[in-house]
Design a protein around this ligand. Structure first.
Ligand code: AMP
Length: 292
């Protein structure tokens, strides 16, 4: 596994691209099994490059950029035990050495949810993803469904700017009690960790109502909000159409149930992507699917 730190190191990737479609898994590090599952998904597609970069432009002024866990050595150990061709771990100076000039303006899918709750977040995400695509030139990029709105906002950028990359979304890996794995879970103490379970409970309550035939988004939203009561602050509970993130008059087809809440000072998000077909409700996807 090559560790690439500078622009010159990226020459290594030219050889890699000769071995088939190159796959990029972008991360901010502090890796957990969810990240590793995306690497394994990529292994079925071609040589995998993982990027590790805590991107300052996607954090708001009062967010956790400074305290975000940075454990590169540990991350490299974890990736070393998998089939990873290269890790790209640039310094801020490589990514933003000339300052932040051009920024990518997110499209309509960034309206509401994290787009409203974290002003400027998606512009930061798109700017760094566009730069990673430019530097690494992957054929395929894999993102986690855990960050569903992020997947859809990136998909809109790739489509609208005709970027030559295919996107794939991987399923959300969860702890045994259902809590979505997240680098931010390590901020939680035991008491907060227990209360954090309300996010997945809220989504399960929404799904149960859908299974019982409820199609009114306001009713679904109300039950999801009610289940979030153990959190310290409810940031949102939303029901949106996939992939355009529009608000439904009546829920049908592919639906995103998305919640965000603060537990202690930690901001958590989670979602279910569901496919409604008559009375049948099953797990859905956001972008591409792969069989491997
Ligand atoms: P992050 O390091 O948090 O920016 O995440 C890097 C990638 O891993 C993103 O595409 C996330 O959506 C994805 N990811 C984060 N948590 C999970 C999870 N629990 N399961 C699967 N993918 C995840």
């Amino acid at each position: 596994m090559e560790v690439l730190r500078d622009k010159a190191d990226l020459e290594f990737l030219l050889d890699l691209k000769r071995d088939g479609p190159m796959v990029l898994v972008p991360t901010m590090g502090a890796l957990h099994e969810g990240h590793l599952s995306l690497v394994e998904l990529g292994n079925g597609l071609g040589p995998v490059v993982v990027s590790i970069f805590v991107n300052p432009t996607q954090f708001g002024p009062n967010e956790d950029f400074e305290s975000y866990p940075r454990v590169l050595e540990n991350d490299l150990d974890l990736l070393g035990s998998l089939d990873v061709a290269a890790v790209f771990a640039p310094d801020v100076s490589l990514m933003y050495g000339d300052g932040v000039g051009v920024k990518v303006h997110p499209g309509s899918r960034s309206t509401g949810l994290c787009g409203e709750d974290r002003p400027g977040h998606f512009a930061g995400v798109l700017t760094v993803v566009a730069k990673l695509f430019g530097l690494i030139q992957p054929d395929i990029a894999i993102f986690g469904r855990k960050d569903a709105q992020q997947c859809l906002v990136i998909d809109q950028m790739v489509h609208d700017l005709a970027m030559p990359v295919s996107l794939v979304d991987g399923p959300t890996l969860r702890e045994p009690d259902g809590l979505a794995m997240s680098s931010r879970n390590r901020y939680l103490d035991q008491e907060q960790r227990d209360r954090a379970g309300c996010l997945v409970k809220s989504l399960r309550a929404g799904r149960t109502l859908l299974e019982q035939g409820e199609r009114n988004p306001a009713v679904l939203k109300a039950i999801m909000e009610k289940e979030l009561a153990p959190a310290d602050e409810i940031l949102y509970a939303e029901v949106r159409r996939v992939p355009d993130m529009e608000i439904f008059p009546s829920v049908s087809g592919r639906v995103l149930l998305a919640v965000s809440a603060r537990v202690g000072v930690t901001r958590l998000i989670d979602n279910f992507v569901l496919e409604i077909n008559g009375d049948e409700i099953r797990e859905g996807f956001l972008l591409g699917t792969v069989s491997c």
